[in-house]
Design a binder for this molecule. Sequence first.
Ligand code: GLN
Ligand code: ZN
Length: 757
Amino acid sequence: MKTTIIGYPRIGNLRELKFASEKYFRGEITAAELEKTAKEIRAYDLELQKKSGLDIIPSNDFSFYDGVLDTAFLLNAVPERYTALGLSKLDTYFAAARGYQGKNGDVKALAMKKWYNTNYHYMVPEIDDSTEISLTGTKPFDLFKEALEKGVNTKPVIIGAYTFLKLARYKGCKQAADFAEQTAAAYSEILTKFNELGAEWVQFDEPSLVKDMSAEDVQLFVSLYEKILPAKGYVKVLVQTYFGDVRDCYNELCGLAADGIGLDFTEGKKSIELISKNGFPNDKTLFAGVVNGKNIWRNNYASTLSIIDELKKHTSDIVLNTSCSLLHVPCTLANETKLDENYKKHFAYAEEKLAELEEIRKIIASEQPLTTEEYRRNAELHSKPRSGRNDAVREKVAKLTEKDFVRLPEFAERERIQKERFRLPLFPTTTIGSFPQTAEVKSARKAFRKGEMSENDYESFIKDKIAECITQQEGIGLDVLVHGEFERNDMVEYFGECLDGYIFTEKAWVQSYGTRCVKPPVVWGDISRAKPMTVTWSVYAQSLTDKPMKGMLTGPVTILNWSFPREDITLKESALQIALAIREEVLDLEANGISIIQVDEAALREKLPLRKADWREDYLDWAIPAFRCVHSGVRPETQIHTHMCYSEFADIIRDIDDMDADVITFEASRSDLTILDVLKENKFRTEVGPGVYDIHSPRVPSKEEIKAAISKMKERIPAEKLWINPDCGLKTRGNTETVPSLINLVNAAREARNENC
Ligand code: GLN
Ligand code: ZN
């Protein structure tokens, strides 16, 4: 059995590409120097994969910024505003990726969107009626040749025609199907070129096939490939899917003249069933995604073997594969020098996953697989329970009953009680939590972490910052205050560090977008709250003011979604464990006199399943209850807020209302407040603070602008349900723009208030 992977991380083991790119952006190195770093990373990765024994090694999985953007440039789908700048090829590419402001002009970047159900973001190609899709780029061919010179006939990886057309944004009247002809022609040409170059396999990535497909979608997909595939000549074409199963087009996929089909057996719920029921065509190779490309745990060889056994009943032509590109896991465990071996032995990052594929191959090839050394070792690792079991927590989760998810009295009664208690003015003003994390704050935290600043000094530094922040907010005239979150580096990491059951890595960086990487913490064991996490800071902050001070927490779903989750228990169970820990904190804050508590669910929407049919059962049915569990124990007069970093929740609006918070703030300014109509139509019950200005931009919104936003809001939402706030936390902003922005916000709210009387 042969082995392959869908793609390898491209940032370099120690994020070399990120640092080189950023240097290039700052003008500190030349394009040639950046290219040199890129070439070194590719050479290193190629050598590594070769040594690991991988049979089919991918190429063109490298990218300076993003693979979808690369494809847009390959296919001539580049908006004129970028080419018109007259920059070099590389700089035109970076202009589309990051925007450009300089002597050649001033243009914004292309839009960025989340890549399916991952934390990676891709650049959205823009296509207008004048776009002519044609093969104009050479990158896949150049990189193929580069590897060929090193003696490797690689498998070039390119976003497939269907997925490309589905991901693009259409600016004119023409839609995806109108570009099918041109696109198919360009892809045919790609195959012709690879045929000339002598490539053995070409991989077209078609993750959009795992989403809900209409009959027209299936038709578009089939018609594209019917036009593309005749050009393949001697090249074998692999149609690669990932992040789910292809239930809407399995038979059509099998009917194509492709040579390989790549299916995901870790996230594809129905992948096995599809094959068992329909069989697998005997003229094609099955690329079986059995090694999880999204998580960091060691593969369980016993379950992998049972999948392979089932598949073997239907085909003998199988290539072992990862479930998706390894882009979504860190590069190598070799750099985790501080992590204890007892943890490390359970982990497999990208490099270790290569070794796993090799071991699985070896086990399968053996006459007696179960007696191989590799199998035995793996079985032993998985047979022993990991440390980190907490029976008390498990029991608590098991004992949860209906009433733990229901807050009483019901919303309207609480709303009345709270209006009575807080006596806030109409259109109360507040912020989302964090205040600017200035260089001073960051360097104090760094010094404290390094042991250069004592705990006492650090604490009094934070206290000073809190006091300063409160004086500032009182001066501005905000109604509900925050402490500023100066003690936090990150809204998930901070809580992870305070919770038992979490562990942290040193170098487990994963690309989030472009040069930005994240280092998700790992849910290692059962989660519990070791000690109060925020109470001291909130209580101190409240002691400095007569205005209500919001306690500030991150919710269970967001904490889980921004971590590497466990695979030995369900997500639901992990979420409930975290919910119980946060619930303790909520009750502690309440007991210590905090009257308003905000539980951020910034990332609630992120892991919504790709198929609508799976939304409820696989996600919302536990995610919403997990949130409710966090606050169901508070008194009616305690006000629960939540915050979300987006406004695309039209399709889950009922579920959001069902979280049963008292107030929700969210991003709305960038989407032109379109969400307001949806709130109105659905008679949204929760009080709302649709962000009145965009904190992602350094500009200061005028009072008039904010008033205009308030007027729009008033037309659709009952005035007594409206809150006035920015659309997210202010930590990435500076004080110079934050203070005037908030002054304008408060003045706008005041004027709106007066006009309403
Ligand atoms: N309370 C957090 C903050 O203000 C929320 C951040 C977020 O929504 N991403 O920073
Ligand atoms: Zn936010």
